[in-house]
Design a protein around this ligand. Structure first.
Ligand SMILES: Cc1cc2nc3c(=O)[nH]c(=O)nc-3n(C[C@H](O)[C@H](O)[C@H](O)COP(=O)(O)O)c2cc1C
Ligand code: SF4
Length: 517
């Protein structure tokens, strides 16, 4: 009998030696009398346990991790193929608390299936969303997505159903589905994990969107820093095409839809939807003024749906299980689940998919286990480089779009970057301005010039030069950036800067307001 051994081929696992572990297991198996089949999966998203090795035993998977190539002889000697004890034994994968506490909808198959096996995909529920979408037709698909309450997972949280309706209503010869896989936010990796671990789900989600709006072409814009995701997606597209799931008359229907993949060139602002469209068109990645909205005039001036990887992937679950099941999860106006990504100085970095509503403190202290350094958590930056720094005093904030906005923060793409008490928040504020200066597309003055001035003003404050006047100047500059910038790169840079200044004034050499002392 052949024993299946599962090892991730996700970039995060490969980076810490998964390929060497897989090689060592294959080599060691040659000396034994047991037949093994090594299945390279995506990651479960428990990154502190990678390389994670799982063995299929009696319908269960028994996990060992983190495993090094040097551990492999010992694992065989200990009898890991029978699930026996070893210093790296974690027990049944499904009972690992970090996984058990999650509600995995979008990431249900990730780490479980061979990413390029359509048979695995279907055996684990893949394809049900598309089948139902084909039977419903465009209007009912859009109604389902609207009723589910799904909001864009790329950052802005815009209702996906409204976006699809707008594109569907636009009349044009050609329409596009553009998948934003630029994933530039610091501490985020969910798009990459999904593309590497369950690429058919993205293809299915894009196809559902295409049926909804009447598009025949889709483009995935993936950052070039994701070579593994690009390779997996390209292979998955080819497999889907061969299986008749892409191309003309998909899945034996009267609809045609095909997908191409474009790699970005390493610019953060090319994640902004209109700059991305420029980039796909072969131009310099500069932001377009809106209106017109991409839903009216997007790629090559045609009506286009621009959605994040996770929004499109969520559509498969919504269509498969119905809007109500998705809507039943969540908090306030934030419905469904969010794949939250814990990163930075955190003990248990990884992907935690859960319904909205957990508090920030639960996520950082309980699920994340506090800092990796063992020191006190001082700040958490939520929502990428344009997101606010939350101090411990705000850890009661529920993970919800509106609750974060009420505290001058944002959820963005679901990233949480943890910092311990050695962080210099004035340095972080200066970094936010530096980042903006570096990544600015240069189209508007507040962002292009203001960010450079911002670095200088923060430096003067820290150096103690006329602190009160320079603090007032910095606040004034932030107002200008907030309200005078063309896009959210300039418009949101004030959030990390002002949150650092307001919550950690002592790092700038400024006194705390009397009420807080
Ligand atoms: C500077 C900047 C960078 C952005 N980067 C990304 C990104 O990497 N991925 C993404 O999906 N959205 C990004 N966005 C948001 C997109 O403009 C757009 O709102 C999103 O792709 C829409 O998809 P959604 O409705 O599914 O969220 C960025 C926005 C700005 C202003
Ligand atoms: S805010 Fe910055 S990135 Fe956005 S359009 Fe203006 S210059 Fe370009």
């Amino acid at each position: 009998m052949t024993t299946k051994v599962f090892i991730s081929r996700d970039a995060g696992a490969i980076a810490v030696g998964a390929d060497q572990v897989a090689g060592a297991i294959a080599a060691e198996a040659l000396h034994g009398d047991r037949d093994i089949e090594i299945v390279r999966t995506g990651s479960r998203g428990l990154y502190w346990l990678e390389p994670l090795v799982e063995v299929a035993i009696g319908g269960n998977r028994i996990a060992y991790g983190p495993v090094t190539a040097k551990d492999v002889k010992g694992l065989f000697a200990a009898g890991f193929l029978e699930g026996k004890a070893h210093k790296t034994l974690l027990g049944p994968t499904d009972s690992i608390a970090y996984l058990k506490r999650q509600t995995r909808l979008t990431f249900a198959r990730c780490g479980v299936v061979d990413p390029l096996s359509l048979a695995d995909y279907r055996a684990q529920g893949g394809g049900r969303g598309l089948a139902r979408a084909l039977s419903l037709g465009a209007d009912k698909i859009i109604a389902e997505v609207t009723q589910s309450g799904l909001r864009g997972r790329g950052g802005a949280g815009f209702p996906t159903g409204v976006k699809w309706r707008t594109t569907a209503d636009a009349s044009a010869k050609e329409k596009f589905i553009v998948c934003n896989a630029d994933e530039g936010d610091s501490g985020t990796f969910a798009d990459r994990m999904l593309m590497e671990g369950d690429p058919f789900q993205l293809i299915e989600g894009m196809t559902i969107a295409a049926l909804a709006v009447g598009a025949e072409k889709g483009i995935i814009y993936c950052r070039s820093e994701y070579p593994h995701a690009i390779e997996t997606m390209r292979k998955a597209i080819e497999i889907a095409r061969t299986a008749g799931l892409l191309g003309s008359r998909i899945a034996d229907s009267r609809h045609s839809f095909d997908i191409a993949l474009r790699a970005g060139a390493g610019s953060y602002v090319c994640g902004e939807e209109t700059a991305m469209l420029e980039s796909i068109e072969g131009k310099r990645g500069q932001v377009r003024a809106k209106p017109p909205l991409p839903a009216h005039e997007g790629l090559f001036a045609q009506p286009s749906v621009v959605n994040n990887v996770l929004s499109l992937a969520a559509a498969t679950t919504i269509l498969a299980d119905g809007a109500e099941a998705y809507r039943a999860l969540g908090y306030g106006r934030s419905r469904g689940t969010m794949p939250i990504q814990l990163a930075g100085n955190v003990k248990y970095p990884g992907l935690f998919e859960a319904p909205f509503g957990l508090s920030l403190g639960e996520l950082v202290d309980d699920i994340g286990g506090g800092t990796a350094s063992g020191r006190a958590v001082r700040a958490v930056q939520a929502g990428g480089p344009l997101g606010a720094y939350f101090p411990r005093a705000l850890f009661d904030t529920p993970y919800d779009y509106e609750a974060f906005t009420a505290r001058d923060g944002l959820i963005g793409h679901g990233g949480l970057v943890v910092f311990d008490d050695t962080v210099d928040m004035a340095r972080q504020a200066a970094f936010a301005m530096e980042f903006c200066a570096l990544e600015s597309c240069g189209k508007c003055t507040p962002c292009r010039i203001g960010s450079v001035r911002g670095v200088e003003v923060i430096r003067r404050i820290v150096e103690g030069k006329d602190r009160a006047a320079n603090e007032a100047l910095l606040r004034d500059l932030c107002e200008t950036l907030k309200f005078g910038s063309l896009c959210a790169l300039g418009g949101f840079t004030p959030y990390p800067v002002l949150s650092a200044l307001n919550h950690f004034p002592e790092d700038f050499g400024l006194a705390r307001p009397l009420a807080e002392v």
